[in-house]
Ligand binder design. Structure first.
Ligand code: BJW
Ligand code: ZN
Length: 244
């Protein structure tokens, strides 16, 4: 199986990666559908909605600050580094991620498309104000603040700059991701349940336009039925073997 995947990768002229929460699991970041009950008995799918934020912004902010705090000390793992290395080698053209954790960037991936935003960015619910809390060095101060975060320009509530259920994905990122998927002759699908749309169309587009699909996941997913090669193991292990 690994040999088959390595062969496809070596032959590829335009490979892309499509990643989900599972690639960061070995960095200690909980996956979505894997952390039921891990945070105050709320399911993440209930909290990652505009309705939840409208109803109880304290609760939703508490959830996001808890995750920001957890993710800020997480480090990229072998799988993130392997993808950056494949890009460096000229094999991989882009990483399209559903993750908000910044770990691909930290591992050195340059062409990175973040479909669901970034947990370290906040934006105003009324005006165009945006801030990258890592970049501005205000993350610790932000996490320590007990009141709801307010926009310095207009005083409205700030929210995490991530995409919640029912919200449109960033237009340019989605457009670019679809364009890459049409061009790609191979997609490495790593650590996603493949059930959240429109992101889950990406491997389907690669397949429909004649490309190959390699999936890495310890469990079957929504993508497995279209995978040409299914490596049923954790991302770190699979990527390490693939890089040999
Ligand atoms: C490992 C591992 C290891 C574990 N190694 N692997 C078409 C059909 C049906 C529904 C829809 C549709 N189109 C739209 C919808 C509705 C909805 C949707 O998809 N719903 C379905 C769930 C039913 N989609 C939306 O609402 C999207 N918006 C939209 O469509 O807007 C339309 C619109 C247009 C114009 C105007 C207005 C509206 C938005 C979706 C936003 C998703 N947001 C979240 C939260 C982000 C912020 C945050 O982080 O809090 O994104 S939800 C969550 O799911 C997060 C993830 O990015 C996303 C995907 O999850 P992922 O990454 O796959 O994680 P898991 O946990 O599901 O899976 C982990 C996998 O890893 C598992 O398979 C494990 O086995 C594996 N694993 N250890 C490798 N070591
Ligand atoms: Zn504002």
């Amino acid at each position: 199986m690994i040999e088959e995947a390595a062969k496809l990768l070596a032959r590829s002229r335009f490979a892309i990666a499509f990643t989900g929460a599972g690639i960061s699991a070995e960095s200690g970041v909980p996956t979505f559908r894997g952390f039921n009950g891990l945070w105050k008995k709320h399911r993440p799918e209930e909290l990652a909605t505009p309705e939840a934020f409208q109803k109880d912004p304290y609760l939703v902010w508490e959830f996001y600050k808890w995750r920001m705090d957890l993710i800020k000390s997480a480090k990229p793992n072998r799988a993130h580094y392997a993808l950056a290395e494949l890009e460096e080698m000229g094999i991989l053209k882009a990483v399209i991620t559903q993750n908000v954790d910044d770990l691909h960037r930290e591992a050195g991936t340059r062409t990175l498309i973040e479909l669901h935003g970034n947990i370290f960015r906040v934006r105003c619910t009324s005006c165009n104000y945006k801030e990258n809390l890592k970049g501005s060095g205000r993350l610790e101060e932000f996490l320590a603040e007990k009141d709801l975060p307010r926009c310095p320009d207009c005083g409205s509530l700030l929210r995490p700059d991530v995409v919640w259920f029912g919200e449109p994905l960033p237009r340019r990122a989605l457009h670019e991701a679809f364009r890459l998927a049409e061009r790609a002759d191979l997609v490495l699908v790593i650590g996603t349940s493949g059930v959240v749309y429109p992101a889950a169309y990406i491997p389907q587009i690669v397949k429909e336009t004649g490309g190959k699909v390699i999936e890495i996941n310890p469990d079957e997913s929504g993508i497995t039925p279209i995978a040409d090669v299914f490596l049923r193991c954790p991302a770190g292990e699979a990527m390490e073997k693939l890089m040999r």
